[in-house]
Design a binder for this molecule. Structure first.
Ligand code: TXA
Ligand code: MG
Length: 328
């Protein structure tokens, strides 16, 4: 499947899968209701969950939304990259994309293949993650093929996604900007650019946020991004590795080889998310690891949350909590 197949699909009210630096996206023209409907159908996505629209730059964002000095400043600092801004929408964006909201979420991806496509089709492209609703986002070409099987639309292989978790979603329509979804662009990164405090669910003290049913971002449902294998979360990796697992034949997911399980049975699978605990590496490998670990068809995966003082690891915690079955 080639660039041209994907381009043809986008120009004829159809859909394709494109790589981004965060996760693979299921793309369609933001101006085609028919194509947008195909995205919702293939993903089995509830129509109440709006899509992100991808553009080349802030100038293009201005054509589909009411941008501001603030959005321009943020775009200068973080675009192209993993920051999505929620802005008041212009008429040209169909309500089907925004789930009836008067706002639209916009980002400018940095992946070269995606940008080449934006330049080539000259359309804003709506693209949610290329997975079935509530499943783990794909971060590799093969993950997308496994996800959609025979139903897979034309797809470009852009290699493993360098960031590995979805973009930070920042609402700019409220008096105080608010992070609606944590990502690798952290609260501190954003505050250092706009020189004022913003709201964010980041931090242990806000853990209730993650189980709150009344979220502002409709996609932020409680259970999300989940593997098939039930995932259990310990309060810390230290507690996890001090446990005796001699009777178990499950999976343990650890940051790196600095952590050793003292009493593990030989039947247990121990998986490391990185070589040396680098937060970016952990985020990059998380979803692919969860997908691979599902293939072992074990009963349980045990892991822990990371410290909340690191922006990227807080976003990883957010995804782990959503993927989890229970806390230990
Ligand atoms: O990194 C990413 O953002 C990836 C790549 C493909 O760009 N896309 C992605 O899209 O993660 P999706 O559809 O899986 O997640 C979109 C998130 C959802 O949580 C949705 O509720 C939120 O953005 N969202 C979209 N439009 C919104 C709006 N108008 N107001 C509030 N939240 C919105
Ligand atoms: Mg998604």
């Amino acid at each position: 499947m080639s660039f041209d197949d994907c381009k043809t699909a986008l120009q004829s009210s159809s859909i394709c899968v494109l790589p981004t630096e965060t996760v693979y996206g299921l793309a369609c023209s933001a101006f085609s209701q028919e194509a947008v409907e195909k995205v919702f159908t293939l993903k089995n996505r509830p129509s109440s969950n709006p899509l992100i629209v991808h553009v080349l730059d802030h100038n293009e964002a201005t054509k589909i939304s009411y941008t501001s000095q603030l959005s321009e400043k943020l775009a200068k600092a973080f675009w192209p990259g993993p920051l999505t801004m929620v802005l008041p929408k212009k008429k040209c964006i169909p309500y089907k994309i925004t789930a009836g909201l008067n706002t639209v979420a916009i980002r400018s991806p940095s992946h070269l293949e995606f940008r080449k496509m934006l330049r080539s089709v000259k359309l804003p492209l709506a693209a949610p993650s290329a997975n079935k609703s509530n499943k783990i986002s794909p971060t590799r070409y093969q993950d997308v093929l496994n996800e959609f099987g025979n139903d897979c639309p034309p797809l470009i292989d852009g290699g493993p996604c360098q960031i590995g978790i979805e973009s930070t979603v920042l609402d700019l329509t409220t008096e105080i900007p608010e992070i609606l979804r944590l990502g690798s662009c952290s609260k501190e990164d954003i505050e250092s650019v706009i020189c004022c405090d913003i709201k964010s669910p980041q931090g242990k003290e806000n853990i209730n946020y993650f189980s709150s049913k009344s979220r502002k971002s409709p996609g932020q449902m409680n259970k999300h991004y989940a593997p098939e294998t039930p995932l259990f979360i310990y309060p810390s990796f230290e507690k996890l590795i001090s446990e005796s697992f001699s009777e178990y034949s499950d999976i343990i997911l650890l940051p790196c080889k600095d952590y050793n399980i003292k009493n593990s049975a030989s039947k247990m699978i121990i998986h490391y998310l990185s070589e040396n605990g680098d937060p970016k590496e952990i985020a990059k490998n998380l979803y692919h690891a969860l997908r691979c670990l599902d293939d072992f068809k074990k009963d349980k995966i045990f892991t822990s949350l990371f410290p909340w003082d690191n922006g990227v690891l807080s976003a990883v915690n957010d995804r782990l909590i959503r993927a989890s079955t229970a806390f230990m």
